[in-house]
Design a protein around this ligand. Structure first.
Ligand code: N01
Length: 549
């Protein structure tokens, strides 16, 4: 194990470990735990000040997981799931962060991490068969294996508004929210962005602000979360049945416990369909996704459900002009990430909440005093940017990652992110990704996926070590074939039919394309397992050129 690395001294002595793990989100936490369990030396490096990943940074008001905590929690340790008690069906950010801290304490993970440190470069030394990483503290870390647990949503999209630096008020970013409390009391607050983050921010800020101005470009579909406190009996039942619940999650399409059906939309009468949708709306949560089997493949079925939700917006928002502007059109429902809210549409019935339609009146610039749209200037004391992320591929292109023969991830991914199983890349020996592009990534419950990915990587490393193999990377033809699978599955789903971070269209210059595996978590897991069970025929193994440490 490396020196206790929480408070790092800058040092010119290289740190040598078996495994470098980049990132202390749930994926990175599980990776360092497993590496240590395997008897390997491991060092985790994290830019944030502590564990938690996205939940460490995203402290914006209303931040909450839109997956139920029964899904969005580790299943690998029965001790942990018995000892930790969730208070709500959908946990808020402070509780999720407390959970991450609990797990870190429980498993003594912190000594394995160095926080407040960013890896600035990682390159493969082919002669020594090791990854050499540099940090912004001037350290060099040398590792046989490198696990990038850098997260699909860790690089906020660059704000493209001219004049941002001129703004004299408070400027806040949802993705990097301050740790100190922020007061909105009586302030004129502007919010740009109405994706999952913006939709969670609106109802909370609306309660306190003097005025809230929401700048909406593309309206999102959002459904009621209908969150609830968990009572003691429910929690006891949950804990009793955790093993079965986890087994169901691992065998499911999304890696979580969700209603599923094989019933296509048009297989029942219009009255029955209406009842099914009303029931799902009344139950709340992501039940909508499990109502009909063809919501993501049949555009006509999808449009009926979209129209149902537009009807609900019309019923909720009292001003018909505002309601009309909030109704999403022109893309399939669920093609953008489905949002869950608590009182989002209702907020627009408050007299001090104002919707600015940026499709009709685009933002021209940020000014000293606020935001200028083509309809005029809106004066603000505070501006919140909830404008999203350079998702999936952004984190590994944000610094230099150089594989074999000088090839970098930036050059390899110039036409779009390529990988094998979302786990490895041809040309990047002994490098593994957790929740990487071309796996199920954001289309699955990320903690279930983190566990599956890390387990697969550990099994592979164990296989290598027991058979004297020093290096591994996917065969190029295996990567090509996996990419073909990812692309052809993407053609079958409506998820590829919207402009979103899913398809890369939210970032200027990013190649367009759905770089997520849409075949479902279970089939993905089956594909990964088959590779391992057949002795990894799709991987290219190399013998040691030097003794491996
Ligand atoms: O980001 P987004 P997010 N002018 O990309 C707008 C996860 N998440 O942070 O669509 C005007 O969804 C943009 O408009 P448009 C979840 O996976 C999970 O909200 O580009 N507007 C859009 O409205 C989610 O999918 C939870 O037209 C501009 C918004 O900004 C992912 O994070 C909670 C603009 C960005 O929406 C990202 O969500 C929160 C411009 N120039 C997030 N640029 C959970 O509950 C961007 N926008 C688990």
């Amino acid at each position: 194990m490396p020196a206790q690395a929480n408070t790092p001294p800058a040092s010119s002595d290289p740190i040598a470990v078996d495994t470098l793990v980049v990132g202390a989100g749930f994926g990175g936490m599980y990776a360092v735990h497993k590496m240590r369990e395997m008897g390997l030396t491991v060092m985790g490096v994290e830019a944030g000040g502590d564990v938690g990943g996205v939940w460490y940074w995203n402290r914006y008001p209303g931040a909450r997981c839109d997956l139920m905590c029964v899904d969005y929690s580790f299943g690998f340790s029965d001790d942990i799931q018995q000892e930790w008690t969730w208070s709500e069906q959908f946990a808020a950010q402070p509780e999720i962060l407390a959970y991450a801290n609990f797990v870190a304490d429980r498993l003594a993970l912190r000594p394995l991490f160095q926080f407040n440190t960013r890896v600035t470069k990682a390159s493969w030394d082919a002669t020594r068969q090791r990854w050499i990483a540099q940090t912004d503290r001037g350290q060099q870390i040398e590792a046989t294996y490198c696990i990038m647990a850098t997260g699909p949503l860790s690089v906020p999209k660059d704000p493209e508004f001219p004049g941002l630096a001129d703004f004299k008020g408070e400027l806040l970013r949802a993705a990097k929210w301050p740790h100190d409390p922020v007061s909105f009391q009586g302030k004129r607050v502007g919010l740009i962005g109405t994706g999952s983050s913006g939709i969670q921010i609106v109802p909370v800020v609306a309660q306190e602000a003097g005025a809230l101005h929401v700048f909406q470009r593309t309206p999102s579909f959002t459904m009621p979360m209908r969150n609830s406190a968990l009572d003691a009996d429910y929690v006891a039942e949950l804990k009793r049945h955790y093993p079965a619940i986890r087994a169901v999650a691992r065998a499911s399409q999304l890696g979580g416990v969700r209603p599923v059906t094989s019933r296509p939309f048009f297989s029942i009468t219009p009255d029955q369909r209406q009842r099914v949708m009303e029931d799902a709306w009344a139950r709340g949560g992501l039940d909508f996704l499990g109502m009909f089997s063809d919501l993501l493949t049949n555009p006509e079925a999808n449009e009926h459900v979209a129209e149902f939700v537009r009807g609900k917006i019309g019923e909720t928002v009292t001003d018909p002009v505002v309601a009309e502007k909030l109704k999403p059109r022109g893309y399939p429902i669920f093609a953008r990430r489905p949002c869950l809210d608590t009182g989002y549409y209702e907020s627009y019935n408050l007299p001090h909440v104002h919707l600015h339609d940026c499709l009709e009146h685009p933002i021209e610039r940020v000014t000293e005093n606020g935001v200028l749209t083509s309809a005029g200037e809106v004066e603000l004391d505070m501006l919140i940017l909830a404008t999203g992320y350079d998702g999936l591929s952004g984190a590994l292109m944000a610094f230099e990652v150089e594989g074999r023969d000088g090839q970098t991830v930036r050059t390899k991914w110039v036409g779009g992110a390529r990988s094998y199983l979302g786990l490895m890349m041809a040309g990047f020996p002994n490098m593994f990704m957790v929740c990487g592009p071309n796996g199920p990534a954001a289309l699955a419950n990320i903690i279930t996926l983190d566990e599956q990915n890390v387990n697969w990587i550990c099994d592979l490393i164990a296989h290598m070590r027991s058979t004297g193999i020093a290096t591994v990377e996917p065969r190029p033809e295996a990567e090509d074939s996996w990419m073909e699978t990812v692309f052809s599955l993407a053609q079958l789903t409506l998820v590829s039919k919207a402009n979103t971070w899913y398809t890369g269209t939210n970032v200027d210059g990013k190649p367009r394309g759905l770089i997520m595996y849409t075949g479902g978590f279970f089939r993905y897991n089956e594909a990964c397992t088959a590779v391992a069970q057949s002795g990894y025929p799709t991987l290219k193994f190399g013998k040691a050129m030097v003794a491996v440490g």
